[in-house]
Design a binder for this molecule. Sequence first.
Ligand SMILES: CCCC/C=C\CC(=O)SCCNC(=O)CCNC(=O)[C@H](O)C(C)(C)COP(=O)(O)OP(=O)(O)OC[C@H]1O[C@@H](n2cnc3c(N)ncnc32)[C@H](O)[C@@H]1OP(=O)(O)O
Length: 243
Amino acid sequence: MKFKSPPVNSLSLEFLTEFSIGLEKLENNRACRGVIITSAVPKIFSSGLDITEMCGKSVEHYGEFWRAVQEMWLRLYGSNMVTVAAVNGSSPAGGCLIALSCDYRIMAENPKFSIGLNEAQLGIVAPFWFKDTFVNVVGHRIAERSLQLGSLHPAPEAQRLGLVDELVPEEKLMEKAAAVMAQWLALPDHARQLTKTMMRKAVLDRLVAHREEDIKNFITFVSKESIQKSLRMYMEMLKKRKS
Ligand SMILES: CCCC/C=C\CC(=O)SCCNC(=O)CCNC(=O)[C@H](O)C(C)(C)COP(=O)(O)OP(=O)(O)OC[C@H]1O[C@@H](n2cnc3c(N)ncnc32)[C@H](O)[C@@H]1OP(=O)(O)O
């Protein structure tokens, strides 16, 4: 699957819905045993959740948007397929979550590309299931420090921390992703899938059990004037940085 929503593959409601439907179709296709996720937008894997979806909208919209974020994660993290992220650009916040939700992450070895859960830098808090997914990849201590600081790790540091599994030259990224996929697909699906479920079930079940509460929390949080102000200021900062 190639993300192609210029300029920065931000995860809008429409993008998330299309991504989830795409995953569902592949999941239901018995001929499809694995998916490589990458981007068709140069230098950007995904800029994370579309901030404009969380600014100045109605309570109903926030609820619908958050449900779509949850749905995407439940499908990807809980997928029976082998999932490989070929991270060919920067990948903050929600973009990082997508990579973290895959079975294996390969990143282009460009130090200008960074990845991480930088929510704290926006004055917002990554929800528990973002945190759980992060902890399951890098461990508690690294996740704790990185989340509190809202760190975006340049590719070499991301590899050192275990946030990505390996770095390769950009031109070799898809070739490497295909080789990794072949290695994972060489195993019988049944054993691999049951093992994956065993490793991820507790974290998935936790969101399923608290899904409505999590939506309510998001709506309450994002509707606060102080949070709206932080998000607006962050968007302005992005625009100023550009000019
Ligand atoms: C309880 C809440 C929990 C929430 C959980 C998760 C939160 C998130 O995922 S929030 C999103 C966090 N994302 C970021 O912090 C990334 C912000 N973007 C960037 O750092 C840069 O844009 C990026 C490095 C991705 C790309 O840099 P450039 O190539 O230099 O592009 P520009 O910065 O010029 O951006 C182009 C254009 O896109 C707009 N933009 C960027 N990111 C987003 C976004 N996430 N949502 C909406 N819009 C975004 C940016 O403002 C520019 O717009 P224009 O000025 O109108 O062209």
